[in-house]
Design a protein around this ligand. Sequence first.
Ligand SMILES: C[S@@+](CC[C@H](N)C(=O)[O-])C[C@H]1O[C@@H](n2cnc3c(N)ncnc32)[C@H](O)[C@@H]1O
Length: 246
Amino acid sequence: MGDVSRETPSAPPVTPDVARRVFSSARLPLIEAYAASLADAGVVRGLIGPREVPRLWDRHLLNCAVLGDAIPEDSSVCDIGSGAGLPGLVLAIARPDLRITLVEPLLRRTTYLSEVVDDLALSQVEVVRGRADALHGERTFDVVTSRAVAPLGRLLDWSMPLVAPTGALIAMKGQSVTEEIATEASRLAKAGCSPAEVLELGAAVVSPPSVVVRVAWVDPSQVGWGVAPGQTPSRSKSRRSRGRKA
Ligand SMILES: C[S@@+](CC[C@H](N)C(=O)[O-])C[C@H]1O[C@@H](n2cnc3c(N)ncnc32)[C@H](O)[C@@H]1O
């Protein structure tokens, strides 16, 4: 793919058999349509690199879908820094029981997200244009997800104020997450969080399995995440849409 320009659409890669085990027969056409959209509009609009297309299923769709194994049924989920919809849109397709809020500051990306939500009639998905920290003090969710958004320290600052007292942060991370956790351990303890757990999900579906860090509150009656140095609590300047362009 080295000589293919960023603006050149690609044909969607063939659906692997394992996808039929991960997505129900009713939802498979939706994830295939999303895969086709990423390979075409996603590449043309610079939302994903053309080199990602041949590995769209393994590295992106399936490895995000297995995150659902750590998300309880009927949860409200906030996916921060959704980009082109990873993992939030994949979860919405795999798990129609979830109510999903996609939070993304960049207009070009929220426009794409809203178009996919409309095209696939994902009525349980809300697209919010803004920074995750703009929702602090306004909204909480059972689960706050993310992939490739920020180092763990900053991710905790953005995510934990959005985690409901009985909820959890569930963030996709690389193998180096163990070192990041060690750096943040005392801050987690001081804020009343349980020690961060590292989970490997989807070993039967993707290789390598998806590495996820999970952080919950120890005591739901004692919940609070201090404002990080240099950060001021922000009132929401975010804009919301359900199935419309943000
Ligand atoms: C590297 S991209 C990852 C996108 C997607 N999660 C993925 O795995 O493909 C990071 C995304 O985080 C978004 N972002 C950056 N700061 C943010 C913040 N404070 N709150 C929410 N999203 C943020 C960026 O706009 C960008 O879309």
